[in-house]
Design a protein around this ligand. Sequence first.
Ligand code: FAD
Length: 371
Amino acid sequence: MKANTEPGTYDVVVIGGGQAGLSVGYYLRRSGLSYVFLDAQAEPGGAWLHGWHSLTLFSPARWSSLPGWIMPGGASEYPGWIMPGGASEYPGREAVLAYMFEYEQRYDLPIGRPVRVTSVRARSDSLEAVSDSGIWQGRAVVSATGTWEQPYIPPYPGRELFGGLQLHSAHYISPEPFNGKRVLVIGGGNSGAQILAELSLVADATWVTKRPPQFMPDHVDGRYLFDLATRKYMAEQRGDSESLREVVTNNLGNIVMVPPVKEARERGVLHSVEPFTRFTKTGVVWPSGREERIDAVVWCTGFKSALDHLDPLGVIEPDGHIDVVGTRSVKQPRLWLVGYGEWTGYASATLIGVGRTARSTVEEIAAFLRE
Ligand code: FAD
């Protein structure tokens, strides 16, 4: 039987059906509460639907799993495994999509899609999620809308003048359109490194970063990072400043040496230059004063949380975040936020990390609704 997703009143309305939403769903199933999911995408997968085709996970499959069901691993099970140089234990985007598709079915999660919630409004005893296709009322609302819909491009002198192609990594799909072109890849994080690695195979690509990029040692991957984040969390809980000092010396934001990035290093292309001074109509001017023609710029400059739908609640602070204790909004006690990044829990923007905050969120909601 198809699970009910009709407009109406539920104990919990979850906005967003990406990895964060699904993790919350896993725990809601066991809570005895009524619930529904509203997701703007036409199919399962959240942001992974839009990732570039060669996007490689930081972690092996076992370490990229949502609660309850370990991601199956191995080239024979999913066609999308990426095996640069012949072999890799790191799943690719297609593997994650297949996993998320099956996860929804396995746990029979009631997800209405495509449903875009345009606003959330407060009523006396509930919050209501308003969309073109109806109004859903929740005694509690979980917002799990991710960051993909809010790509961030920093202000840059003359950017509006530049006549070449400008693309954010959110919309980068594959290197073919850049064949033979002169391209700048801007941004010193994981997206910048992975896209530079791929573009440099077909284009004349230069990597532009504010500071020299920082790389993880080769043996560090998502599995190691998750362990580190867990140790940091435990040390903080215990108030153990000695262990905390040891753990925070490892910067969790450094670039992970996934196979394509290692391969780019072997080709000698994994180095960056300082930012240019300004754009011109046809290119850029470098700090030396030299002008250069550029065909395209790929901005790998990150994302902000997609929170516009919560604007009517008056909970969004000037810096774009929402004040939370754990994952619960301080200003709106019926609202929880899951999956956006460190401000909503350690490693909560990762497949494996979001399970922890999803569980505590559902426990809190259940306790609140019982009161
Ligand atoms: P999303 O996946 O964005 O899901 C949110 C959903 O909510 C979407 O379907 C969206 O359409 C919907 N939505 C948004 N607004 C509304 C609205 N108003 N109404 C209804 N629906 C709405 N993570 C890992 O775990 N391991 C990795 O190895 C890894 N590698 C990465 C590598 C790179 C280069 C990058 C950029 C990211 C990587 N990530 C990785 C992170 C991961 O891609 C994202 O953090 C993750 O997709 C976030 O999940 P989410 O559920 O919070 O948001």
